[in-house]
Every structure is written in C-alpha cells, then in structure tokens.
Design a protein around this ligand. Structure first.
Ligand code: PGA
Length: 252
C-alpha cells in the first residue's frame, strides 16, 4: 500500500518564532495519535535548523520548499541540497508553480535540482499542473505529461522511488477554487498511467500522488476519497494549526 502524505507548504510565511509555535502546535495535536497520513512540514529555510529539535519525539517530517542544482560554491543566496539534508530535513519541494512562473524555473533546471536532491538522499515532492488557459484549451494533459517527462523521466527506478508527485492546477492555487474531486482524480490517474508506462505498474502503484490547490478542511475528505489522490500539498490552510490538523485527519 502506498504511503499517504499531507504536506504543508508554508511558502514565504512565518517568522522564526511563529513557525516554531505552529510546528509545536501540530506536534502536540498529534501526540499519542496515529494519523493515517505522514505529516511533512515544508518550511522556509530559516526554520530548518531548529525543526529537528522542535519535532523530536514525533513522527512528523520536515522539508524545504526549494534547493539549488549545484553541490556548493559561488552561488550567492542559494541553498544546497546537502545543507538542507544536514538539518535533518527529509523532503524538498521542487517545481512549485510559483518557482516555475516567478523565478522562471523550467523543466530542464528542475530536473537538475531533482537529481541533485535525490543523489543527496532527500525525497522530492515534484509539482506539476496546468494554468487555466491550458485547461480551457484542452491541453492540460499534454502540459502535465511534458512536466513529468522532462522533469522526472530520466531518473532510474531506484531514484524514482523517492519521488512524490503533487498535482497542483495553477488556477486552484491560493484562489479558493479547488479542482473538483473528479478533476483531480482524472489527472492523477493519468499521471499514474504515465508512470506505469515509464517505470512499470509496480512502481506506479507505489507512487504517492498528492493534490494541491485550495485544499482545506471542508473539501479534503472528498478530494482524498478519490482512488488516485494519496493526500495533499497544502498552502494557505497549512498556516492554521486547527485547519491543517483537520486536513491530516481527513485521510482515512
Ligand atoms: P493553496 O496552495 O493550498 O494555498 O492553494 C497550495 C500550494 O501552492 O502548494
């Protein structure tokens, strides 16, 4: 059975003390409970070095929201995968639509980041998804296929096993307008089929595919009830402890 995951993507929110408070809040909420999903907190870089300590004695994992593609050197302002790994982080989000759009990261660059992260021993949450115009034009399947083919499909089978995919239709991110469960399911079963064609049915059945985009406590259960929706990547709603914990508990 593939792993279910609910990952919080805090984006550029939370100063050091509020981030610690939020992480502690989530940890306390789940103390003594066994949620059905693995919880991952993807924090700003500044929180990473304290998260191991903040989250100790819990099963909650943490990760970064970005990384650089080179191992070290003269790249002022960038953070390497080995730096992230050295904090105890297990995950890194790569290819979020905000990185693709605002920071002009293309599939080729993202593929370099993915390979660097995996070779460093991090697990990758690789984001894909179409913009509204692409859906309206009916090319959303082609767009996602290209993002996966160029971003991931040169990985070896062993590398690919450490990849989680997050389908995040860009028109649903931060807009309050989530994809319907049927829309999420349709794309996510398509993604699983592509993985099966490339890596075989065994690997595709074991790949965790998350949905992201205006996922909240009130719609999470319905989205997560779909057979190919294995949890969520949560933006805005991950900043509120009660809301985020309720989303985690929506995984059955
Ligand atoms: P949202 O963001 O939940 O605020 O829509 C999701 C994401 O960007 O990962």
């Amino acid at each position: 059975m593939r792993k279910k995951i609910v990952a919080g993507n805090w984006k550029m929110n939370m100063d050091l003390s509020s981030g610690i408070e939020l992480a502690k809040g989530v940890k306390e909420y789940f103390a003594g409970k066994t949620p059905k999903a693995e919880i991952v907190l993807c924090t700003p870089f500044i929180h990473l070095s304290v998260m191991k300590d903040v989250l100790k004695d819990s099963n909650i994992k943490f990760g970064a929201q970005n990384c650089y593609s080179e191992p070290s050197g003269a790249f002022t302002g960038e953070i390497s995968c080995s730096m992230i790994k050295s904090t105890g982080a297990e995950y890194v989000i790569i290819g979020h639509s905000e990185r693709r759009t605002l920071f002009k990261e293309d599939n080729k660059m993202l593929n370099k980041k993915v390979r660097m992260a995996l070779s460093t021993g991090l697990k990758v949450i690789y984001c894909c998804g179409e913009i509204l115009k692409e859906r309206e034009q009916g090319i959303h399947f082609d767009v996602v296929k290209e993002q996966l083919t160029e971003g991931l499909f040169n990985l070896t089978e062993d590398e690919f096993k450490n990849v989680v995919i997050a389908y995040e239709p860009v028109w649903a991110i931060g807009t309050g307008l989530n994809a319907t469960p049927e829309q999420a399911q349709e794309m996510q079963s398509f993604i699983r089929k592509l993985i099966a064609e490339k890596y075989g049915k065994g690997i595709s059945e074991n790949t965790t595919i998350l949905y992201g985009g205006s996922c909240k406590a009130s719609n999470a259960a319905e989205l997560f009830s779909m057979p190919d929706v294995d949890g969520g990547l949560i933006g805005g709603a991950s900043l509120k402890k009660e809301e985020f914990c309720a989303i985690v508990e929506a995984v059955k």
